[in-house]
Ligand binder design. Structure first.
Ligand SMILES: [Zn+2]
Length: 309
Protein backbone atom coordinates (compact mmCIF):
# COMPACT_ATOMS: atom_id res chain seq x y z
CA UNK A 1 0.00 0.00 0.00
CA UNK A 2 1.34 3.40 -0.96
CA UNK A 3 1.58 5.90 1.88
CA UNK A 4 -1.09 8.54 1.74
CA UNK A 5 -0.71 12.24 2.31
CA UNK A 6 -2.07 11.91 5.80
CA UNK A 7 0.53 9.21 6.58
CA UNK A 8 3.21 11.71 5.66
CA UNK A 9 1.56 14.33 7.79
CA UNK A 10 1.34 11.96 10.72
CA UNK A 11 5.00 10.99 10.29
CA UNK A 12 6.08 14.65 10.13
CA UNK A 13 3.97 15.42 13.17
CA UNK A 14 5.46 12.59 15.21
CA UNK A 15 9.00 13.60 14.09
CA UNK A 16 8.30 17.13 15.25
CA UNK A 17 7.06 15.81 18.58
CA UNK A 18 10.16 13.68 19.02
CA UNK A 19 12.38 16.66 18.15
CA UNK A 20 10.47 18.89 20.50
CA UNK A 21 10.78 16.32 23.26
CA UNK A 22 14.51 16.00 22.61
CA UNK A 23 15.04 19.74 22.75
CA UNK A 24 12.96 19.99 25.89
CA UNK A 25 15.03 17.28 27.54
CA UNK A 26 18.31 18.88 26.51
CA UNK A 27 17.36 22.33 27.74
CA UNK A 28 15.97 20.90 30.97
CA UNK A 29 19.23 19.03 31.55
CA UNK A 30 21.78 21.64 30.49
CA UNK A 31 22.90 23.35 33.64
CA UNK A 32 22.66 27.12 33.32
CA UNK A 33 25.64 28.91 34.87
CA UNK A 34 26.16 32.64 35.22
CA UNK A 35 29.62 33.93 36.06
CA UNK A 36 30.66 37.47 36.90
CA UNK A 37 34.08 37.17 35.25
CA UNK A 38 35.48 35.15 32.33
CA UNK A 39 38.00 33.22 34.47
CA UNK A 40 35.18 31.53 36.35
CA UNK A 41 33.33 30.76 33.11
CA UNK A 42 36.51 29.09 31.85
CA UNK A 43 36.79 27.06 35.04
CA UNK A 44 33.13 25.99 34.91
CA UNK A 45 33.63 24.82 31.31
CA UNK A 46 36.50 22.61 32.48
CA UNK A 47 34.33 20.84 35.04
CA UNK A 48 30.94 21.06 33.30
CA UNK A 49 31.56 21.09 29.53
CA UNK A 50 27.87 20.53 28.74
CA UNK A 51 26.68 23.48 30.83
CA UNK A 52 25.33 26.64 29.26
CA UNK A 53 27.84 29.15 30.70
CA UNK A 54 27.81 32.91 30.32
CA UNK A 55 30.09 35.55 31.78
CA UNK A 56 28.66 38.96 32.68
CA UNK A 57 31.93 40.67 31.80
CA UNK A 58 34.68 40.17 29.22
CA UNK A 59 38.40 40.85 29.35
CA UNK A 60 38.13 44.41 28.08
CA UNK A 61 35.73 45.40 30.84
CA UNK A 62 36.67 46.48 34.34
CA UNK A 63 34.86 44.02 36.63
CA UNK A 64 34.77 46.64 39.43
CA UNK A 65 32.46 48.83 37.40
CA UNK A 66 29.85 47.54 35.01
CA UNK A 67 26.23 48.44 34.49
CA UNK A 68 23.48 46.19 35.86
CA UNK A 69 21.91 45.89 32.39
CA UNK A 70 18.49 44.22 31.82
CA UNK A 71 20.15 41.53 29.69
CA UNK A 72 22.31 40.53 32.67
CA UNK A 73 19.28 40.46 34.96
CA UNK A 74 17.56 38.15 32.48
CA UNK A 75 20.62 35.88 32.38
CA UNK A 76 20.86 35.67 36.14
CA UNK A 77 17.14 34.89 36.35
CA UNK A 78 17.75 31.67 34.38
CA UNK A 79 20.83 30.58 36.31
CA UNK A 80 21.05 27.37 38.36
CA UNK A 81 24.46 28.46 39.63
CA UNK A 82 26.27 31.81 39.77
CA UNK A 83 30.03 32.01 40.26
CA UNK A 84 31.58 35.35 41.17
CA UNK A 85 34.75 36.63 42.80
CA UNK A 86 33.24 38.30 45.87
CA UNK A 87 35.28 40.32 48.39
CA UNK A 88 33.25 43.31 47.16
CA UNK A 89 34.73 43.20 43.64
CA UNK A 90 31.18 43.19 42.22
CA UNK A 91 29.61 45.22 45.06
CA UNK A 92 28.63 47.97 42.61
CA UNK A 93 26.46 45.80 40.38
CA UNK A 94 25.88 42.21 41.45
CA UNK A 95 23.48 42.91 44.37
CA UNK A 96 21.22 44.81 41.93
CA UNK A 97 21.29 41.87 39.51
CA UNK A 98 20.52 39.40 42.30
CA UNK A 99 17.63 41.44 43.60
CA UNK A 100 16.08 42.21 40.20
CA UNK A 101 16.52 38.65 38.94
CA UNK A 102 14.14 37.40 41.64
CA UNK A 103 15.97 34.06 41.35
CA UNK A 104 16.11 32.37 44.79
CA UNK A 105 18.80 29.93 43.57
CA UNK A 106 21.46 32.66 43.33
CA UNK A 107 20.81 34.80 46.40
CA UNK A 108 23.55 35.20 49.00
CA UNK A 109 23.82 32.04 51.10
CA UNK A 110 22.03 29.79 48.57
CA UNK A 111 24.03 26.78 47.29
CA UNK A 112 23.70 28.22 43.78
CA UNK A 113 25.66 31.39 44.69
CA UNK A 114 29.40 30.76 44.90
CA UNK A 115 31.79 33.55 45.84
CA UNK A 116 35.37 32.41 45.27
CA UNK A 117 36.81 34.82 47.83
CA UNK A 118 34.76 33.19 50.61
CA UNK A 119 36.90 30.06 50.16
CA UNK A 120 40.35 31.64 49.87
CA UNK A 121 42.90 33.43 51.99
CA UNK A 122 43.25 36.81 50.31
CA UNK A 123 46.38 38.93 50.37
CA UNK A 124 46.47 42.52 51.68
CA UNK A 125 43.31 42.69 53.80
CA UNK A 126 42.56 46.26 54.83
CA UNK A 127 39.91 45.94 57.56
CA UNK A 128 40.43 49.49 58.83
CA UNK A 129 40.26 51.23 55.45
CA UNK A 130 38.01 54.26 55.22
CA UNK A 131 36.35 55.89 52.22
CA UNK A 132 39.19 58.44 51.99
CA UNK A 133 41.65 55.61 51.25
CA UNK A 134 40.05 55.14 47.82
CA UNK A 135 38.23 52.15 46.41
CA UNK A 136 39.91 49.74 48.85
CA UNK A 137 39.01 46.06 48.98
CA UNK A 138 38.69 45.73 52.77
CA UNK A 139 38.48 41.91 52.78
CA UNK A 140 41.71 41.70 50.79
CA UNK A 141 42.78 41.75 47.17
CA UNK A 142 39.97 40.03 45.23
CA UNK A 143 41.99 39.38 42.05
CA UNK A 144 42.95 35.95 43.35
CA UNK A 145 42.28 34.07 40.10
CA UNK A 146 45.73 35.26 39.01
CA UNK A 147 47.30 32.75 41.38
CA UNK A 148 46.89 29.31 39.74
CA UNK A 149 47.21 27.57 43.13
CA UNK A 150 44.14 29.45 44.29
CA UNK A 151 42.38 28.59 41.01
CA UNK A 152 42.82 24.93 41.96
CA UNK A 153 41.36 25.59 45.43
CA UNK A 154 38.30 27.10 43.74
CA UNK A 155 38.05 24.20 41.30
CA UNK A 156 37.66 21.87 44.31
CA UNK A 157 34.89 24.06 45.79
CA UNK A 158 33.23 24.52 42.41
CA UNK A 159 33.04 20.77 41.78
CA UNK A 160 31.19 20.30 45.09
CA UNK A 161 28.80 23.14 44.24
CA UNK A 162 28.11 21.65 40.82
CA UNK A 163 27.27 18.37 42.55
CA UNK A 164 24.98 20.19 44.99
CA UNK A 165 22.96 21.93 42.28
CA UNK A 166 23.08 19.00 39.83
CA UNK A 167 23.28 15.70 41.77
CA UNK A 168 22.82 13.44 38.70
CA UNK A 169 26.05 14.89 37.27
CA UNK A 170 28.11 14.17 40.41
CA UNK A 171 30.36 11.41 39.08
CA UNK A 172 31.18 13.45 35.97
CA UNK A 173 32.13 16.50 38.02
CA UNK A 174 34.34 14.37 40.27
CA UNK A 175 36.21 12.70 37.43
CA UNK A 176 36.72 15.96 35.55
CA UNK A 177 37.96 17.60 38.74
CA UNK A 178 40.48 14.77 39.23
CA UNK A 179 41.72 15.20 35.64
CA UNK A 180 41.90 18.97 36.04
CA UNK A 181 43.82 18.66 39.32
CA UNK A 182 46.48 16.38 37.81
CA UNK A 183 46.89 18.53 34.72
CA UNK A 184 46.89 21.81 36.65
CA UNK A 185 49.45 20.71 39.23
CA UNK A 186 51.81 19.70 36.43
CA UNK A 187 51.27 23.04 34.74
CA UNK A 188 51.95 24.97 37.96
CA UNK A 189 55.29 23.18 38.31
CA UNK A 190 56.12 23.99 34.66
CA UNK A 191 55.15 27.65 35.06
CA UNK A 192 57.26 27.99 38.17
CA UNK A 193 60.29 26.54 36.37
CA UNK A 194 59.76 28.70 33.30
CA UNK A 195 59.25 31.86 35.38
CA UNK A 196 62.29 31.34 37.62
CA UNK A 197 64.23 34.17 35.86
CA UNK A 198 61.43 36.59 36.84
CA UNK A 199 62.29 36.29 40.55
CA UNK A 200 63.37 39.73 41.78
CA UNK A 201 62.04 41.55 38.70
CA UNK A 202 60.80 45.04 39.58
CA UNK A 203 57.61 46.38 38.02
CA UNK A 204 55.27 49.35 38.31
CA UNK A 205 51.60 48.58 37.81
CA UNK A 206 48.27 50.32 37.64
CA UNK A 207 46.04 48.93 40.42
CA UNK A 208 46.63 45.75 42.41
CA UNK A 209 45.20 43.54 39.63
CA UNK A 210 48.34 41.41 39.20
CA UNK A 211 49.43 41.35 42.85
CA UNK A 212 48.88 37.58 43.08
CA UNK A 213 51.12 36.98 40.07
CA UNK A 214 53.85 39.09 41.66
CA UNK A 215 53.53 37.27 44.97
CA UNK A 216 53.53 33.85 43.30
CA UNK A 217 56.55 34.43 41.05
CA UNK A 218 58.64 36.63 43.34
CA UNK A 219 58.17 39.83 41.32
CA UNK A 220 58.28 43.12 43.20
CA UNK A 221 55.76 45.89 42.48
CA UNK A 222 57.66 49.07 43.34
CA UNK A 223 54.97 51.61 42.40
CA UNK A 224 51.25 51.83 41.71
CA UNK A 225 50.20 54.26 38.99
CA UNK A 226 46.98 54.84 40.93
CA UNK A 227 47.39 57.48 43.65
CA UNK A 228 44.78 55.57 45.66
CA UNK A 229 43.13 52.22 44.86
CA UNK A 230 40.56 52.67 42.11
CA UNK A 231 41.55 56.31 41.49
CA UNK A 232 42.95 56.92 37.98
CA UNK A 233 46.57 58.09 37.66
CA UNK A 234 47.14 61.85 38.01
CA UNK A 235 50.04 63.87 36.49
CA UNK A 236 51.31 64.78 39.98
CA UNK A 237 51.37 61.17 41.13
CA UNK A 238 53.08 59.98 37.94
CA UNK A 239 55.74 62.65 38.33
CA UNK A 240 56.43 61.41 41.88
CA UNK A 241 56.81 57.84 40.60
CA UNK A 242 59.13 59.08 37.86
CA UNK A 243 61.31 61.01 40.30
CA UNK A 244 61.55 58.02 42.63
CA UNK A 245 62.20 55.54 39.80
CA UNK A 246 64.86 57.42 37.82
CA UNK A 247 67.78 55.89 39.70
CA UNK A 248 66.52 52.32 39.38
CA UNK A 249 63.67 52.16 36.88
CA UNK A 250 61.26 49.22 37.04
CA UNK A 251 61.77 46.74 34.19
CA UNK A 252 58.11 46.89 33.14
CA UNK A 253 55.13 49.20 33.54
CA UNK A 254 52.09 46.89 33.67
CA UNK A 255 48.55 47.93 32.83
CA UNK A 256 45.56 45.67 32.34
CA UNK A 257 43.88 45.15 28.97
CA UNK A 258 40.78 46.95 30.28
CA UNK A 259 42.70 50.04 31.43
CA UNK A 260 43.57 53.18 29.52
CA UNK A 261 47.29 52.65 28.75
CA UNK A 262 48.19 56.34 28.37
CA UNK A 263 49.54 56.90 31.90
CA UNK A 264 51.70 53.79 31.60
CA UNK A 265 52.85 54.84 28.12
CA UNK A 266 53.90 58.24 29.42
CA UNK A 267 55.83 56.74 32.31
CA UNK A 268 57.56 54.18 30.07
CA UNK A 269 58.58 56.92 27.63
CA UNK A 270 59.97 59.10 30.42
CA UNK A 271 61.94 56.20 31.85
CA UNK A 272 63.40 55.35 28.44
CA UNK A 273 64.80 52.06 27.21
CA UNK A 274 65.07 50.57 30.70
CA UNK A 275 61.31 50.18 31.10
CA UNK A 276 58.81 48.41 28.85
CA UNK A 277 55.08 49.04 28.81
CA UNK A 278 53.14 45.78 29.10
CA UNK A 279 49.40 45.79 28.57
CA UNK A 280 48.37 42.36 29.81
CA UNK A 281 45.03 40.54 29.91
CA UNK A 282 43.94 40.12 33.51
CA UNK A 283 41.50 37.34 32.65
CA UNK A 284 40.65 34.80 29.97
CA UNK A 285 40.05 36.50 26.61
CA UNK A 286 37.63 35.58 23.79
CA UNK A 287 40.45 35.15 21.26
CA UNK A 288 43.94 33.61 21.53
CA UNK A 289 46.54 33.89 22.94
CA UNK A 290 44.86 33.91 26.38
CA UNK A 291 41.54 32.21 25.63
CA UNK A 292 41.81 29.45 28.25
CA UNK A 293 42.95 29.56 31.87
CA UNK A 294 46.17 27.69 31.02
CA UNK A 295 46.83 29.91 28.00
CA UNK A 296 46.36 33.00 30.19
CA UNK A 297 49.18 31.96 32.56
CA UNK A 298 51.38 30.87 29.62
CA UNK A 299 50.85 34.26 28.03
CA UNK A 300 51.48 36.31 31.18
CA UNK A 301 54.75 34.50 31.88
CA UNK A 302 55.98 34.77 28.28
CA UNK A 303 55.23 38.50 28.13
CA UNK A 304 56.99 39.13 31.44
CA UNK A 305 60.00 37.07 30.35
CA UNK A 306 60.19 39.04 27.08
CA UNK A 307 60.17 42.32 29.03
CA UNK A 308 62.78 41.01 31.43
CA UNK A 309 65.29 40.18 28.64
ZN1 LIG B 1 40.65 45.71 42.38
Amino acid sequence: MRPTRSDFRRAAFSAALTCGALFATTSAQALNVFTCEPEWAALVKQLAPAADVRSATHARQDPHHIEARPSLIAQLRQADLAVCTGADLEAGWLPTLQQRSGNPRVQKGAPGMLFAADHLTLIDPRPNASASDGDVHAAGNPHAHLDPRRVLEIAEVLARRLEAVDPPGASGYRSRLAAFRTDWQARIAQWERRAAPLRGMRVAAQHSTFAYVWRWLGIEQVADLEPKPGVPPTPGHLQKILDAAKGAPPRAIVVSAHQDPRAGQWLAQQLGAGATLLQLPSTVTDEPPANTLAALFDHLIERLLAAQR
